[in-house]
Design a protein around this ligand. Structure first.
Ligand code: ADP
Length: 499
């Protein structure tokens, strides 16, 4: 692949780092221990800033503030419309700062600056507006009961929620988890990933400026096994919402079970299949397959990491894919020509390269890529393996990088069977012009989202989440709002009843 080597001559002015401390009860504060940690620029491996390292004591302080804001504060008590107005203002402030926010995610996570500015950041502002519009439409039902009673249900905010955020979409994930919680009237503690703490602190400041009361949205930066674990096992948090690896998801659920049985929702790993049938436009299908694995450098839970192509077009598809991969530009996320930035950190970089080595040792054929790029930073070539067998590690494990496993199939039945041969069930894609094939396959695949003739067809009113070991609970849509609400039934005798 083409590589643009340009770390220092960025065309965009790098942002100054304004916020590096914890945000608790409406104020930026140091961690109780006074400790800090480095956040690294994956373009170079250099240090961007030192950020407060929150731990259990800091989580305790944040929970105390959130609890008070929930039990005595205005946020859950004000009308949904009033919360909605504040959220609308919050969205406008985010739009006003979209360049700076996109730049923070670019240096912190290696995300493409132009994509952040055009998609991610305006997307989170719109997500806030979507839930702001739902905040005054939260209601229960009236029940005509079979006995001489009448009842109604209330949908009440669940209370204090804890959000543990991954590093791959620092902005989108912050709001996929926090915007519905705000609309519901919850108060929250948000822990961004240690790799990408910068934009989260900026969002905390903007929330407060928009009028979100102190204590409603607290941000604790820090590590998973310390600050994250303190959230999962806290006795006074009512719900934990986690997005990340399946391995850590299991720990979150265990911690919730052994502490206060807080509610849990998990959005975990994936190994999503893309099925391309003989009648597909091969050129378009190759574009889709590349996008599906290379978007956000493969650091996306719904990446189409297993691509199955029907035998009639297989050879032509392989040829196209190889040509297109060669034109895919990897480079500095601030360069508008780049389509792929660096992997988030050294650990991910090493992990991906070791999967590539493993794939070679297992006997798969490297069609293209397979190597790191450049001497500095964590850039990896778009990589495609052919001759992949279903039991190879590159076909079973979530790699979370730009590595595709390409396989062949003959019949629809075989395609369905292979697609379902995974412990995960986050998403799947189907490319065909045949409606019967599309319908049959979409109903047969056990995954939370099916994209037909598209991929990453996300929208804020269309929920997504896992089947099987990809987790449970949904992001986006009204489903996500309902995660932060619980139902209360209120019952009373009807007039003149024997009660
Ligand atoms: P990855 O393995 O892809 O880095 P993780 O699932 O480890 O992703 O991280 C996602 C989020 O979970 C991060 O915010 C991280 O700090 C947090 N985390 C990691 N380990 C734990 C843990 N034991 N308890 C709670 N949170 C954790």
């Amino acid at each position: 692949a083409d590589h643009i080597n340009g770390n220092s001559d960025s065309p965009v002015k790098l942002p100054t780092i304004k916020f590096t401390r914890l945000f608790i009860n409406g104020e930026f504060v140091d961690s109780v221990s006074g400790k800090t940690f480095e956040t690294i620029d994956p373009r170079t491996g250099g240090v961007i800033a030192r950020v407060a390292e929150g731990d259990k004591e800091d989580v305790d302080l944040a929970v105390r503030a959130a609890r008070q804001a929930f039990d005595d504060g205005p946020w859950p008590r004000m009308s949904g419309a009033a919360r909605g107005r504040i959220m609308m203002k919050y969205a406008d402030l985010i739009d006003e700062h979209k360049e700076e926010l996109a730049a923070l995610d670019a240096i912190d996570a290696g995300k493409l600056f132009n994509q952040g500015k055009a998609l991610d950041i305006p997307g989170v502002a719109n997500l806030l507006r979507y839930y702001a519009g739902a905040a005054d439409k939260i209601h229960g039902e009236t029940l005509k009961m079979s006995r001489e009673l009448q009842g109604y249900t209330l949908r009440e905010p669940i209370g204090v929620s804890g959000h543990i955020i991954p590093w791959n979409f620092p902005s989108s994930m912050f709001f996929m988890m926090s915007a519905p919680a705000l609309a519901a009237g919850c108060t929250m503690i948000v822990k961004p990933a240690e790799q990408t703490p910068l934009s989260a602190l900026f969002y905390a400041d903007l929330a407060y400026k928009a009028g979100v009361p102190a204590g409603v949205l607290n941000v604790i930066t820090g590590y998973g096994p310390t600050a994250g674990a303190a959230i999962a096992s806290h006795m006074d948090i009512d719900k934990v919402c986690f997005t990340g690896s399946t391995e850590v998801g299991r720990k979150i659920m265990q911690a919730a079970a052994t502490s206060n049985l807080k509610q849990v929702s998990l959005e975990l790993g994936g190994k999503s299949p893309l099925l391309i049938f003989d009648d597909a436009d091969v050129d378009k299908a190759a574009d889709l397959a590349l996008l599906g694995i290379l978007y956000n450098k493969g650091e996306i839970c719904v990446a189409s990491s297993r691509v199955f192509v029907q035998e009639g077009i297989y050879d032509e598809f392989v040829k196209k894919l190889k040509e297109k991969a060669k034109d895919w530009v990897v480079g500095d996320p601030f360069d508008p020509r780049s389509r792929q930035g660096p992997q988030v950190d050294k650990q991910q970089f090493d992990k991906i390269l070791s999967y590539i080595e493993h794939g070679k040792r297992e006997g798969a054929t490297l069609l293209t890529g397979g190597k790191p790029i450049g001497k500095t930073g964590y850039f990896i070539e778009p990589t495609v393996f052919t001759d992949v067998k279903e039991e190879m590690m590159i076909a079973t494990d979530e790699i979370f990088g730009p590595v595709m496993s390409l396989m062949k199939f003959e019949t629809i039945e075989e395609a369905i069977k292979k697609a379902n041969n995974t412990k995960y069930g986050l998403a799947a894609g189907i490319v065909t012009k045949n409606l019967d094939v599309a319908n049959t396959v979409s109903r047969s695949i056990r995954a939370g989202t099916i994209w037909i003739n598209c991929y990453f067809g996300f929208d804020r009113d269309c929920s997504y989440g896992g089947y099987k070991m990809s987790g449970f609970g949904r992001h986006l849509g009204l489903e996500a709002l309902h995660k932060f609400l619980q139902v209360k039934s209120v019952v009373t005798p009807i007039y003149n009843s024997p009660w």
